[in-house]
Write a protein that binds this ligand. Sequence first.
Ligand SMILES: NC(=O)c1ccc[n+]([C@@H]2O[C@H](COP(=O)([O-])OP(=O)(O)OC[C@H]3O[C@@H](n4cnc5c(N)ncnc54)[C@H](O)[C@@H]3O)[C@@H](O)[C@H]2O)c1
Length: 295
Amino acid sequence: MIAERGLLFFPVRVSMQRMQRETSFDLPGDQIKDRRLNGSHLGGKTAVITGGGSGIGRAIALRFAESAAVVHIVDLDRSQAEAVALEITSQGGEAHAHQCDVSNHDQVKQVFAKLLEQSRVDILVNNAGISHIGTLDSTPETDFDRIFRVNVKGAYNCMFSVIGPMKEQENGVILNMASIAATCGLPDRFAYSMSKGAIVAMTFSVAKDYLPFKVRCNCISPARVHTPFVDGFLRRNYPGREQEMFERLSQAQPIGRMAEPAEVASLALFLCSDEASFITGVDYSLDGGFVNLRG
Ligand SMILES: NC(=O)c1ccc[n+]([C@@H]2O[C@H](COP(=O)([O-])OP(=O)(O)OC[C@H]3O[C@@H](n4cnc5c(N)ncnc54)[C@H](O)[C@@H]3O)[C@@H](O)[C@H]2O)c1
């Protein structure tokens, strides 16, 4: 059941299911039950995942919920965010959907303020992002600004909104979604690479500055992951040649295929769990050998 509360805040909540989760193993959703029996990585933690309505973010939201986190999905696309939240609650997890444009500073502050009124935030995953094709001379200012606003300023806006409370609680994990484009020199990715390079730099900066407050900050740099992001990219840029380009992009990874979103979610889960308590200020390639094995 989806209940709308206010313009930007519409939690999807099944409180009985949370009670059941805490008191009984007899729940629907075998995966959730099995994970709990095997030891939940994120039990008692609240995680905010931007861009959680699709692709990698959706996989992370589902995986975190399976691991007993309370999940908040922050996404521009309200119906996708609600759909993922419902997917989680229908399996016995707890999830809330928030419509929000991460590039809009005021909107992000408003959404996080409402969220923080109700709960602490233990984990922030800055995953929302958009793609772009172009070299320096084929990237107009409007495109540059749009990529910068969503991919760079969006991550800043969200981190800015949670860092105060994380400092106060002297605990927190921030995970940013970068890309191999940040460090690898891919063709035709001028603005996109710039934005992901900024994500890596922000990750190191935040990791350093908030060490005394026990806030860990890392990023993941995937190579190609098969998500709607990739399908949309192929449709827009290679109409009629989607399959050919899909094969070519798959072969660009030495492992011979694209990653699955769930494979990124596995690393995200580890990095956001207490099992990674000694890990901060690291950019993790998840790339099927792209960085080291191309020779
Ligand atoms: N798919 C890949 O091959 C790949 C590789 C490396 C890095 N990444 C990065 O992973 C992240 C997720 O990519 P994906 O492939 O899952 O993409 P996707 O397009 O499937 O999902 C992105 C989500 O972000 C949301 N979003 C977009 N703009 C937003 C905004 N302004 N405010 C709030 N939400 C917004 C979308 O609505 C969508 O739900 C991105 O940051 C992307 O750059 C993807």
